[in-house]
Design a binder for this molecule. Structure first.
Ligand code: PLP
Length: 371
């Protein structure tokens, strides 16, 4: 990576994961190597899970091999059966986690402000077969936790959050993962806080945490028998070591991203065709993504601008233009807000120490393409 924010191929990447320095890394690495305890609920994993309790807001935290497994195991541990109402605008893993559990995903529309699940749209889809709501903190913007909890309580539904990109986000000072029956986070390398690959389930329910711990280890518990749905979703010691170190620099990463996001917003504020999703005042955001909505009048511009950036050596991503629309999903009502977002959202390069020059170059090209 050069001083201008270019990667080895001379492009500006979408994200550049923070990594611990060798000095920070080597003592932990040497301990792990010396102990020969490489995985299977090792001491570094235990330390990482303990450190996550404060960050995620619950005492029950179970780390997993990735965020997708965290979601799948959370749903399994809650013993869901039937239809689950979830977002029509999300990463495919949200819906696939339900399909892997034999559940029926029912897609509801999102709210225009932060593209998170719309409680009114959810309420309209509840049937006697509904067992849960799986809401997403899309791009790290908190879903309407109060509105969704009220529907879940009214109909006796479980409430799960796909909080994959939301580590470090707070609502009025409370971690966004401290709501509902369980939250699943991702520590993928593209996330604000990562373990290369990784994830975690946090929950207020002791039995759910206990079930996730069993399920991630082939369903093996204290007794002889194995749970038939067990799998291998363990986080190893090296992943946990990366997580322990990066947790210490999470605030710095977020502060850098906040500054960079504000630069984009200021540089492009005069353009009516560019609108950034911006956190509410009550939210302390992790600025996981620089989410621009690009439209000239009614015509979406995300595709055009994305191609223009690509030709100029800049990576961007049209999340979630490739949504899961496969077999086994129900979408009984129109989802116009989600459909519009799939057409006009473009995520721009963003990471904690992205150079100012890179931000200016990206913003200049966006302005040129979207003018
Ligand atoms: C909303 C959402 N859910 C789930 C996942 C899956 O997480 P992982 O890549 O750690 O499996 C992602 C990953 O990017 C995501 O953005």
């Amino acid at each position: 990576m050069t001083g201008g924010g270019l990667d080895e191929s001379g492009r500006i990447p979408l994200v550049r994961p923070r990594v611990p320095s060798y000095q920070e890394w080597s003592p932990l690495f040497e301990d792990i190597w010396a102990s020969r305890r490489l995985t299977n609920d090792g001491p570094v994993l235990r330390r990482f899970e303990a450190a996550l309790q404060k960050e995620l807001g619950w005492d029950n935290v179970a780390a997993t091999s990735n965020g997708t497994m965290a979601l799948q195991l959370a749903c399994r541990a809650l013993r869901l059966n039937g239809e689950v109402i979830t977002s029509a605008f999300t990463f495919p893993a949200t819906v696939q986690a339900l399909r892997w559990n034999g559940l029926v995903p029912v897609l509801a529309d999102v709210e225009a402000r932060w593209l998170t699940l719309d409680p009114a749209s959810v309420a309209a889809l509840v049937t006697p077969r509904t067992c849960a709501i799986l809401a997403v903190h899309t791009f790290g913007h908190p879903a309407d936790v109060a509105g969704l909890q009220s529907i879940a309580s009214r109909f006796g539904l479980a409430l799960i959050y796909d909080a994959a990109p939301a580590v470090g986000v707070r609502i009025d000072g409370v971690p966004v993962t401290a709501f509902g029956d369980a939250s699943a986070v991702s520590f993928h390398a593209t996330k604000v806080m990562h373990t290369v690959e990784g994830g975690a389930v946090c929950t207020p329910h002791d039995d759910v945490a206990e079930a996730v711990r069993r399920l991630r280890n082939f369903g093996l518990g204290e007794s002889d028998g194995a749970d038939e749905y067990g799998t291998n979703a363990k986080m190893n010691e090296l992943q946990a070591a990366v997580g322990l170190l990066l947790l210490q620099t999470l605030d710095m990463e977020v502060a850098g991203r906040a500054k960079a996001a504000a630069v984009y917003r200021d540089l492009l504020s005069d353009l009516p065709s560019v609108r950034f999703l911006w956190p509410a005042d009550s939210v302390s955001s992790n600025h996981a993504y620089a989410v621009a909505r690009l439209r000239a009048g009614t015509a979406p511009l995300a595709d055009k601008v994305g191609r223009f950036l690509d030709r100029h050596g800049i990576d961007s991503r049209r999340y979630f233009s490739h949504r899961y629309r496969g077999r086994g999903t129900l979408c009984p009502n129109p989802t116009p807000v989600a459909d519009a977002a799939a057409e006009d959202v473009l995520c721009l390069p963003l990471w904690g120490d992205i150079p100012l020059g890179a931000l200016r170059r990206v913003a200049g090209l966006v302005a040129e393409a979207a003018a």
